[in-house]
Unconditional design. Structure first.
Length: 174
């Protein structure tokens, strides 16, 4: 289940450097402009960067703007991850965190703007992203999805699971 995070992971043998992250536009996008090179836990750093950027922009970006931004981030991320995965030699390298960014924004749109809900959105997404409950696991491990779309889709599935869990929590506990 946690092969991607093990010491035997191909990403551990081929770490992304800041120089590589800024060597081309797709690499910069895939690493969310270098955030993905932070260690340990690049996915957590990418999710945190997404949360902080959302909190900064949320008061000024309308709902339709967030929907457009997420769609653009998702499409550009699929392209960037496809190129970057090919260039670094690891199809879903841990330093490619643009998938966390678009997914965290999806979850944040589904919860109230209060900081407690935003923290819960962050925590729920990190849980579902790491654990990879099906169908997220299928996108992550299926040979059919060993491309940029697969990189993005497993996190979108984890976002959907997070939204469902937070919605149920809100319904039954609040």
């Amino acid at each position: 289940m946690f092969e991607k995070y093990s010491s035997q992971s191909p990403a551990r043998r081929k770490p992304m450097t800041l120089r590589f992250a800024f060597s081309s536009l797709p690499h910069a996008i895939a690493s969310f402009f270098g955030v993905g090179v932070l260690r340990p836990g690049s996915g957590t750093w990418g999710s945190l960067a997404a949360l902080l950027l959302y909190m900064a922009l949320e008061p000024v970006v309308p709902l339709w703007g967030w929907i457009a931004l997420i769609a653009l981030c998702f499409a550009a991320g699929a392209w960037a991850c496809e190129v970057t995965g090919h260039d670094i030699g690891v199809h879903d390298h841990t330093s490619m965190v643009i998938d966390e960014v678009s997914a965290v924004w999806m979850v944040l749109l589904a919860v109230p703007s209060a900081w407690g809900w935003q923290a819960a959105a962050f925590a729920a997404f990190r849980f579902f992203d790491v654990v990879k409950i099906p169908p997220a696991r299928w996108f992550d491990t299926s040979e059919r999805w060993h491309n940029g779309w697969g990189v993005m889709l497993d996190d979108a599935a984890a976002a959907a699971q997070s939204i469902l869990a937070l919605g149920l929590a809100r319904l039954f506990f609040l």
